[in-house]
Design a protein around this ligand. Structure first.
Ligand SMILES: Cc1ncc(COP(=O)(O)O)c(C=O)c1O
Length: 379
């Protein structure tokens, strides 16, 4: 099979159903499978926590589009993260995390895993010396998010992979913001990619899910063992919706990028906007690295406003076509105030976000309508 991205997204793991020829993998709504005599499994299926054909189709497609050997689909992005950490780390190990990670990822380290004696240090990942200084004998994982949520910080995946490997640690990249269409962390040296497939991969704001994709087959097997042992799997309907979204990821991402670039131009020229955070901008501190490792710069845009928190909240409240809501990566545009919404759990921590910040998930609606809505919201 040709290995172009869109071809893989549409066909990998998705051979027509052998029984009927259905071109779309069916939703196998079954918990168990008839055995042909004790231990006589048909195609290896035994029980749907362990494996389900609809989930298998999604997992194979995810592995193919990320260039990994094994893909695993979970009930949410955080379930994927938790499974990875408990598969790879043990008490007293140490993880380096970004100092502006997604708030829920930070909460998983700070409020859940810390209690089990898994230590972490938030570090600015663009500063390779700071990352090297934070690593200890016990560092098992360097956790990367690039671009970051919500500050759109950029980390150099290839350089961090080298650094992690020189210290005997694994490099994990949360590829949620870029999606595999714009960025291929495994090809840059990462060991594992994590996704909230809730976002661009699913792409339609109708399903919550997560994924792990491993470069190495042995590590993939270990993660699959823990996926089954811990049980936070994607259900068949969720897997089916996510797979349907994945098929159009490439065309959607191109339109997200086109629209985001126009939104950025509008914000840059607006007198109420004091700062625009977008890795496609030449003066973004991570621009050069982003240009090296990303195909384009994505659909997420954050900005700060002159009137502080009150104005940021007002802009969010006034927007109409940009729907006020958490999450991102769907076809519809969303607006939110990270300090009070997605990143409220990071308040008072080193990962607290500026209170005058507004985050946009720029959707694929008619761009002139999006520009008109932002203009009125900022008025
Ligand atoms: C970058 C990033 N990683 C992980 C997650 C967690 O994923 P989920 O909400 O699917 O558990 C999110 C959710 O917003 C996210 O934005």
């Amino acid at each position: 099979m040709s290995n172009g991205f869109e071809t893989l997204a549409i066909h990998a793991g998705q051979e027509p159903d052998p029984l009927t020829g259905a071109v779309v993998p069916p939703i196998y709504a079954t918990s168990t499978y008839k055995q042909d005599g004790v231990g006589g499994l048909r195609s290896g299926y035994e029980y749907s926590r362990s494996a389900n054909p609809t989930r298998t189709a999604l997992e194979e497609a995810l592995a193919a589009v990320e260039g990994g050997t094994r893909g695993l689909a979970f009930a949410s992005g955080l379930a994927a993260e938790d499974t990875f950490l408990r598969a790879v780390c043990k008490p007293q190990d140490h993880v380096v995390i970004p100092n502006d990670a997604y708030g829920g990822t930070y909460r998983l380290f700070a409020k859940v895993n810390e209690r089990w004696d898994l230590h972490y240090d938030p570090v600015p990942l663009h500063d390779l010396d700071a990352v090297a200084a934070a690593m200890t004998q016990k560092t098992k994982v360097v956790w990367v998010e690039t671009p970051t949520n919500p500050l759109l910080g950029i980390a150099d995946i290839a350089a961090l992979a080298q650094l992690a490997h020189d210290n005997g640690a694994l490099l994990v990249v949360d590829n949620t913001f870029a999606s595999p269409y714009l960025q291929q962390p495994l090809a840059l040296g990462a060991d594992v990619v994590v996704h909230s497939t809730t976002k661009y991969v699913g792409g339609h704001s109708d399903v919550v899910g997560g994924a792990l994709i491993a470069a190495d087959a042995g590590l993939g097997e270990e993660l699959a063992y823990h996926q089954n042992a811990m049980g936070a799997v994607a259900g068949p309907f969720d897997a089916w919706l996510t797979l349907r979204g994945l098929k159009t990821l490439g065309v959607r991402m191109d339109r997200h990028c086109d629209n985001a670039e126009r939104v950025v131009d509008l914000l840059l020229a607006h007198p109420r906007v004091t700062d625009v955070l977008y890795p496609g901008l030449g003066d973004h501190p991570g621009h050069e690295v982003a240009a090296k490792q990303m195909k384009r710069f994505g659909g997420m845009v954050s900005f700060r406003v002159a009137g502080g928190e009150a104005e940021a909240v007002e802009v969010c409240n006034r927007a109409k076509l940009f729907t006020l809501g958490e999450s991102l990566g769907g076809v519809e545009s969303l607006i939110e105030h990270p300090g009070r919404m997605t990143h409220a759990s990071a308040a008072g921590s080193p990962l607290e976000v500026p209170s005058d910040l507004v985050r946009l998930s720029v959707g694929i609606e008619t761009v002139d309508d999006l520009l008109a809505d932002l203009t009125q919201a900022l008025a």
